[in-house]
Design a protein around this ligand. Structure first.
Ligand SMILES: NCc1[nH]cc(CCC(=O)O)c1CC(=O)O
Length: 310
């Protein structure tokens, strides 16, 4: 049995470790304990092991979270730290999201050495991505572009693009910045034309529902506005209940007490796009999320959201 004050479970990728260390530092500072009293437990997930196929083909949801959630339920760790956008819509029984770190830049960045911007990419250029949302939005904006599967951690993807295997890729600016690699971004895309993934840029902390001790510990480092934004976006996602093959995007912007949520679903080849948005008091975050989700659900033709659903 570990004598640590808290045990953090995380994946072992450089980005995941950055997030776990940021959480460790925030907890240590908030509770006046030494860093080594907050243990970091690295857990390998299915998503880390499968590198050559689209994750949608591997089947099931939560390929980056399942083994970490098992450790949480088995009490081998007290909290799990995730990129919010990798957290499945529905959590296993007995677990909940309890806190968020302050959200980083939510935008997607283009990495296109030699071309710089989306508009400057040559006709028919090849863009690597593993994201159905990015591929579909890209084709919506530039129907001539081709997309190929590009998986692996951020460094691997950059290396392959910079070696000339493809013209460009798209990555979250947040991930690049956390790794000190933001200088590789050649264009930062406006959310108005390239809406980010639900939760992009946010780090979410998951705990056991019955663990009041850890709930109190993580409440001390929670960034309220980020948790509220995530609640709105995830409420929208829950209504849509799309599969990992459904290109969905959504973003909350808060202005004082007013929360504004924009959401969209895009046909996988970019041939059509459905948008919805709603504004309301911050205290209605989840209700606003459900409204936007229901608006989208009413617009999107059958087949788009259900395709590939498990
Ligand atoms: N799916 C991988 C993943 N999960 C979170 C991030 C970036 C950091 C974030 O959005 O918080 C990334 C890489 C990327 O999309 O570029």
């Amino acid at each position: 049995m570990s004598s640590a004050f808290l045990r953090i479970g995380t994946r072992g990728s450089p980005l995941a470790l950055w997030q776990a260390h940021a959480t460790q530092q925030a907890l240590a500072a908030a509770h006046h304990v030494l860093l080594d009293e907050i243990e970091i437990v690295v857990i390998k997930t299915t998503g880390d092991q499968v590198r050559d196929r689209p994750l949608a083909d591997v089947g099931g949801k939560g390929l980056f979270t399942k083994e970490i959630e098992e450790a949480l339920l088995d009490r081998r760790i007290d909290l799990a730290v995730h990129s919010a956008k990798d957290v499945p819509t529905f959590l296993p029984q007995g677990l909940r999201l309890a806190a968020c770190l302050p959200r980083a830049d939510v935008r997607d960045a283009l990495v296109a050495p030699g071309y710089r911007t989306l508009d400057s990419l040559p006709y028919g250029a090849v863009v690597g991505t593993a994201s159905v949302r990015r591929a579909a939005l890209l084709k919506h904006l530039r129907p001539d572009l081709k997309t190929v599967l590009l998986r692996g951690n951020v460094e691997t993807r950059l290396r392959r693009v910079e070696a000339g295997e493809m013209h460009a890729t798209l990555l979250a600016l947040a991930g690049l910045t956390r790794l000190g690699l933001q200088n590789h971004a050649t264009e930062v895309l406006d959310p108005g034309i390239f809406l980010p993934a639900i939760g992009q840029g946010a780090v979410a902390i998951e705990i056991r529902t019955d663990d009041t001790r850890t709930a109190e510990a993580v409440a001390a480092i929670d960034h309220g506005p980020t948790s509220t934004a995530l609640a709105a976006e995830r409420a929208m996602l829950a209504v849509l209940d799309g599969s990992c093959r459904t290109p969905i995007a959504g973003l909350t912007v808060m202005d004082g007490d007013v929360l504004h949520l924009r959401g969209l679903v895009v046909e996988p080849e970019g041939k059509a796009i459905w948008r919805a948005e709603a504004r309301g008091p911050v205290s209605d975050a989840e209700k606003i999320g459900r409204l936007v989700g229901e608006d989208l659900l009413a617009q999107v033709p059958p087949g788009i959201i259900a395709v590939g659903a498990v």
